[in-house]
Ligand binder design. Structure first.
Ligand code: NDP
Length: 327
């Protein structure tokens, strides 16, 4: 790290941030990526099967490869989350959790999303004791056990397929009547004899061992879920784990503290060039408002590339190489 202002600091270490860095480095802009962990949300995906060049790869393996590419081009990647950004003598001062203060001429916000919570009793109490938001990390702990994936989109359905590699039984509890994940995932899940969807149903409470048997010995951990509609005549479904995979909310805390304009739904308002309303600040990836809201790794990468091109234009006052008719 350096005391000199970076041409660009990228906040977020997912596909959008990493791609922005690749483009920035090839434009010869000094750039630093500050993130929470390698890969962002896609780094938690058990399998990615729709990113060109990789027929099937874990999200983490894919993102580690991209991180190598980024570092190879000379960028710095530091896992020290940003806690605030303010203007200082015409530059941006970026503050980090570990207490660093770094300067940048431009900023790209690529902060993705944060996991959505179910907000039911038992969710907080049993976090780490059977409740998880990371199927990829925790599925191996459910060998020969019974787990439920909550949600009906790609995270829940691909997560169920992954969990079924370990668990003896996997329910997908979904509030609507038909899974809406990519058809390729749905076909795999519904063809798996260990996976059983429970449609039109929500979990209303997560119960522990001691809720079912107050005198039970041993640690109090997830033992069942209460459903809003009976399943096979029962409102209590016995299980060992509840995997909450119900999507994310945009991670825009830093953006809003900088005065970046958000939509009513809380996404960053960026134009087609990924410019925000704050001069010198660009945004890319799942934290951005898009129509349609197609939160894919490929679209995040594309936005990262455009954001880097716009940062280049802002710094050099000419279009980035290969950009025609922008602006
Ligand atoms: P999504 O936003 O796509 O889906 C969230 C799911 O959770 C929906 O089925 C939604 O229901 C349900 N849900 C939301 N809130 C609640 C609630 N309070 N109670 C019960 N259910 C709820 O999130 P994902 O994490 O699945 O995917 C995010 C993005 O990442 C997508 O674009 C996806 O394609 C991508 N992705 C790709 C993967 C891969 O390729 N390997 C893996 C995972 C994600 P409803 O359907 O009613 O809205």
């Amino acid at each position: 790290m350096t005391d000199k202002p970076y041409n660009l600091i990228i906040i977020g270490s997912g596909p959008a941030g990493f791609t922005a860095s690749i483009y920035a480095s090839r434009y010869k802009l000094s750039n630093l990526i500050l993130g929470e962990k390698v890969g962002g949300t896609i780094g938690l995906a058990s399998k990615v099967e729709n990113y060109p060049g990789f027929r099937s790869i874990s999200g983490l393996d894919l993102m580690v490869k991209i991180e190598e590419h980024v570092k190879d081009l000379g960028a710095e990647v530091v896992y020290d989350p940003v806690t605030g950004v303010k203007k200082k003598n015409g530059d941006f001062e970026v503050l980090t959790r570990s207490g660093k203060s770094l300067l940048a001429e431009t900023i790209i916000i690529a902060t993705g999303t944060e996991r959505r919570k179910l907000d039911v009793p038992g969710e907080k109490e049993y976090l780490g004791r059977g409740v998880t938001y990371c199927t990829t990390c925790d599925a191996p702990f459910f060998k020969d056990k019974v787990a439920a994936l909550i949600g009906g989109s790609d995270s829940a359905v691909s997560g169920a397929i992954h969990t079924a590699e370990f668990a003896k039984k996997v329910y997908i509890i979904y509030r609507k009547e038909k899974l809406r994940a990519e058809p390729a995932w749905v076909e795999q899940a519904l063809g798996n004899p260990k996976i059983e969807p429970i449609y039109n149903t929500n979990i209303t409470k997560i119960l522990g061992t001691k809720d079912l048997e107050p005198k039970a010995e041993g640690p109090d951990k997830v033992a069942a879920a209460e459903l809003d509609h009976p399943y096979k005549g029962e409102k209590i479904l016995k299980l060992d784990g509840v995997f909450i995979e119900i999507g994310g909310v945009p991670g825009v805390g830093i953006a809003s503290s900088m005065g970046v304009e958000l939509t009513e739904a809380g996404f960053i308002k960026a134009n087609k060039q990924m410019e925000t309303n704050v001069q010198g600040v660009f945004s890319a990836g799942d934290c951005n408002d898009r129509l349609p809201n197609f939160q894919q790794m490929t679209t995040a990468c594309a936005e990262g590339a455009l954001a880097a091109a716009s940062a280049y234009k802002f710094l050099k006052q000419v279009e980035a190489p290969q950009i025609k008719g922008l602006g």
